[in-house]
Design a protein around this ligand. Structure first.
Ligand code: ADP
Length: 394
């Protein structure tokens, strides 16, 4: 190798002592610069690793932990003071993760990388789902079958992702199930009518009536699903305009008049004098109130009263819908706002309930920066409270 190509080489002879000394000083200065640069790069790298949301754990060829960033320490439950320098099987309390590192170090799987998913207990005692991707560490440019210098595990918390995947699966199963029932009934009715052209009129009317009821249910379901999709996926598309909630409540009560008369349930509305219009989406708020009031009527006994009260409470306008009907028992109470959750499925379905009404109320409240809650006792009735911010949407 020619000495001219080496940054730190001694220059060729002949040279004076002074020029040799100058060259050595230059080399020392360059070396100092390189060391400073490397240290800067190391500090940058450490900063990046410290700030990463993913956990990074590195071990050397013997399985000794040589690096663990704060995310890895938190997610894997490592001891920050003692993990560095310890063997991974001692430092990492999850043998599956260590086995993956070991396999990569030993090249047992003939692959320089492995993926594993662990379910561990999180700090709050809740299960935590961790995806662990293990790669071998090799000198730059080395081939895949070169002896690894160590291995690195990148740990990602996929708990929320898996929860969303499961919720999506459940949602599709529920939707398919909910759509299938009315479609089956309508098809059955149509086939029976087609097979029997001489069917007596009253039997025919029974089949047509049944098909019609299920077509209405199908239509209600699709309308509710579209409303829910709009609220969930595009809450920003909601309008922010002055909404007179008192007038809307009165309007919803008017519209609910027929249902309440049929059920022999009286409807009353009272509003405090300081209730003023708020900023929000009129259609969404109308739908939320309508769902709450329709439910209250549907679960009330004949001769009882459903009360709607509007009052100001700090920064919120509270709309309370109170009935003295069937009530909801404790084990169902916290689940009634879930999509498709029904306390008494058969009764709810037979009265045309989609099981999505309260979920829509919850999303309307949240999209406005508010909330909805319920207090109830079986046999005593229920009090649903919708809280909407009085000023700008949150
Ligand atoms: P549905 O379309 O079945 O009414 P919702 O989401 O509106 O669906 O309500 C979910 C469940 O909560 C209902 O099936 C019903 O069992 C219960 N529920 C809702 N409102 C009331 C109420 N005011 N009184 C008693 N139970 C209620």
């Amino acid at each position: 190798m020619s000495p001219d190509h080496n940054d730190f080489s001694v220059p060729p002879w002949p040279r004076s002592a002074a020029s040799v000394e100058r060259a050595m000083r230059d080399n020392a200065w360059q070396l100092g610069q390189r060391i400073e640069q490397l240290e800067r790069e190391r500090a940058d790298l450490r900063r990046i690793l410290r700030g990463l949301g993913e956990g990074v754990l590195a071990v050397d060829r013997a399985g000794i932990v040589v690096h663990a960033n704060p995310a890895a320490i938190a997610m894997l439950g490592l001891d920050a003071d003692s993990c560095l320098g310890s063997h991974m099987y001692v430092a990492v309390p999850h043998p599956e993760a260590c086995d993956a590192l070991e396999l990569v170090l030993r090249r047992d799987e003939h692959a320089p990388r492995l993926e594993r998913e662990l379910t561990i207990e999180g700090e709050d005692g809740q299960p935590l789902q961790l995806a662990v991707a293990v790669r071998s560490l090799r000198p730059a440019g080395a081939s895949d079958d070169a002896e690894p210098e160590g291995a690195i595990a990148v740990v990602t918390d996929v708990t929320e992702l898996r929860r969303l995947e499961a919720a999506r699966r459940d949602f599709f199963t529920n939707v398919s199930h909910e759509l299938k029932t009315p479609i089956t009934v309508i098809r059955g009715a149509l086939e029976t009518i087609a097979d029997d052209p001489d069917m007596p009129r009253e039997v025919l009317e029974k089949f047509v009536g049944g098909a019609n009821r299920h077509a209405l249910r199908l239509s209600a379901l699709v309308t509710d699903l579209l409303a829910l999709a709009r609220l969930q996926h595009d809450p920003d598309a909601l309008r922010s305009e002055p909404v007179d909630v008192r007038a809307i409540a009165a309007d919803v009560i008017d519209t609910a008049g027929i249902a309440s008369r049929t059920a022999e349930v009286a409807l009353e509305i009272e509003a405090d004098a300081d209730v003023e219009p708020i900023l929000g989406d009129e259609e969404a708020i109308r739908q939320a109130l309508s769902n709450l009031i329709d439910n209250a009527i549907a679960h009330s006994d004949a001769g009882s009263v459903v009360r709607v009260r509007l009052r100001v409470s700090g920064a919120f306008l509270e709309v309370e819908v109170l009935d003295v009907g069937a009530g909801i028992s404790g084990e169902h109470l916290e689940r009634v706002f879930e999509r498709f959750y029904r306390v008494d499925s058969d009764r709810a379905r037979s009265r045309g309930g989609t099981g999505i009404g309260l979920s829509i109320v919850k999303h309307v409240a949240q999209a406005h920066g508010g909330s909805v809650s319920v207090e109830s006792a079986p046999g005593e009735g229920s009090r649903f409270t919708l809280r909407l911010p009085r000023s700008a949407r949150g």
